[in-house]
Design a protein around this ligand. Structure first.
Ligand SMILES: Cc1cc2nc3c(=O)[nH]c(=O)nc-3n(C[C@H](O)[C@H](O)[C@H](O)COP(=O)(O)OP(=O)(O)OC[C@H]3O[C@@H](n4cnc5c(N)ncnc54)[C@H](O)[C@@H]3O)c2cc1C
Length: 335
């Protein structure tokens, strides 16, 4: 129910290396749509160091107002400092609803705030809708995506939601759109952080992140060993694609967890997903079934992945993939 002391929808944006993350643009678009539905303002929150230049992008993607908290101590994400800054911002400006990306940092921060503010949190939401009684209903997948659950926050404000990656389309950016920038000064001490970031080591092989990729080539247990990922990487490089993996391949230690697609890995929705030596377990399908086109390479013609695939190639991946690489190289060279 509306509480006049708390107003507006906020989108808490993740940024790194001077860029707002793809999932944050989805979160901001969701905040804009929700604000329009509730006839309130949509605001973006930028925490970090040297982030004021990102406000223009936040306006283009729908923010009416951007709170900018620029502080050297916020350069790297650290739960305690980000939590302290955001909690202070919330207590001063009192938003009714805050959306976060359903990322590691988003879940970390949102759950911390739910605890410190004593408010409700719904995680991994794919849809937010008002019901006839005016309650905000969040839908989220459960049991590996085989069921949807409707949940709602109640009680104290603000209500917090994390938004599932690739579930809500970003809006078309409106160039030149502006709004209010509210610079916020925080009294942050290094001791607040409780931790120091010594080094950031990219976990992803190659340069293309899985969740932003238009094309993904994934490998599973059918590769037989870690060396099989050299072939997967070669096909991915040919197509300017990212590399994904099944949990079996990750559990075998052939590739880092950051590449895992599925229920306990990443949710992706690329234009093309090529699954090589992956059987198509429910938990894997939960993370990639929304891909536009799915191609499966498997030597077992009865593998369940073929039921989800638009195109299936029955054969040994060590024979099929080299041919794909050769043929795609010709196609890419002709572009
Ligand atoms: C709670 C829970 C969460 C889970 N989360 C995830 C998750 O996030 N992601 C995930 O992927 N899994 C997840 N799993 C595991 C999932 O159930 C499967 O065990 C896993 O996806 C299987 O991986 P796979 O397809 O690579 O291996 P397998 O099921 O062993 O399939 C290997 C496939 O390779 C084929 N193959 C073998 N050799 C070749 C060859 N030379 N050429 C072509 N094909 C070949 C075989 O025919 C077979 O179909 C989860 C399980 C549980 C219980």
């Amino acid at each position: 129910m509306p509480n006049p002391d708390y107003q507006g929808v906020w989108a808490c944006l993740d940024q790194a290396d001077g860029k707002i993350s793809g999932v944050s643009l989805e979160v901001l678009s969701a905040a804009r749509r929700l604000a329009d539905m509730l006839s309130v303002q949509a605001s973006a929150v930028l925490l970090g160091h040297s982030v004021d230049g990102l406000a223009a992008e936040a306006f283009a993607y729908g923010a009416d107002r951007v709170y900018v908290c620029d502080d050297e101590k916020l350069k790297d994400y650290r739960a305690a400092t980000y939590g302290k800054a955001l909690e202070s911002l919330i207590r001063s400006y009192r938003p009714a609803i805050i959306l976060f990306g359903a990322t590691n940092n988003g879940h970390d921060l949102a759950s911390r705030l739910a605890g410190s503010l004593g408010t409700g949190l719904c995680t991994n939401c794919v849809r937010l809708q008002q019901n006839e009684e005016g309650m905000l209903i969040a839908s989220r997948p459960v049991y590996g995506g085989s069921l949807m659950e409707n949940v709602a926050c109640g009680g104290a404000r603000p209500w917090l939601y994390t938004i599932h990656q690739n579930a809500m389309e970003p809006l078309e950016p409106q160039d030149g759109k502006t709004g209010d920038i509210i610079p916020v000064k925080m009294e942050l001490e290094e001791e607040d952080a409780c931790a120091k970031v010594l080094k950031i080591i990219p976990a992803i092989l190659g340069e293309i992140s899985l969740t932003d990729a238009q094309i993904i080539v994934s490998g599973g247990r059918g590769l037989g060993d870690a060396k099989g990922f050299t072939l997967i990487q070669e096909l991915a490089d040919t197509l300017h694609a990212a590399v994904g993996a099944s949990r079996a391949a990750v559990d075998a230690g052939w590739i880092p967890y950051a590449h895992q697609v599925g229920q306990t890995g990443k949710t992706v929705s690329p234009r093309l997903y090529i699954a090589c030596g992956i059987s198509g377990a429910l938990q894997h399908l939960a993370g990639m079934k929304n891909s536009d086109v799915i191609v499966a390479v498997n030597r077992d013609e009865n593998a369940p992945i073929f039921s989800a695939a638009n195109y299936g190639i029955v054969g040994d991946l060590y024979q099929v993939i080299p041919v794909m690489i050769e043929e795609f190289k010709k196609v890419m060279a002709g572009r």
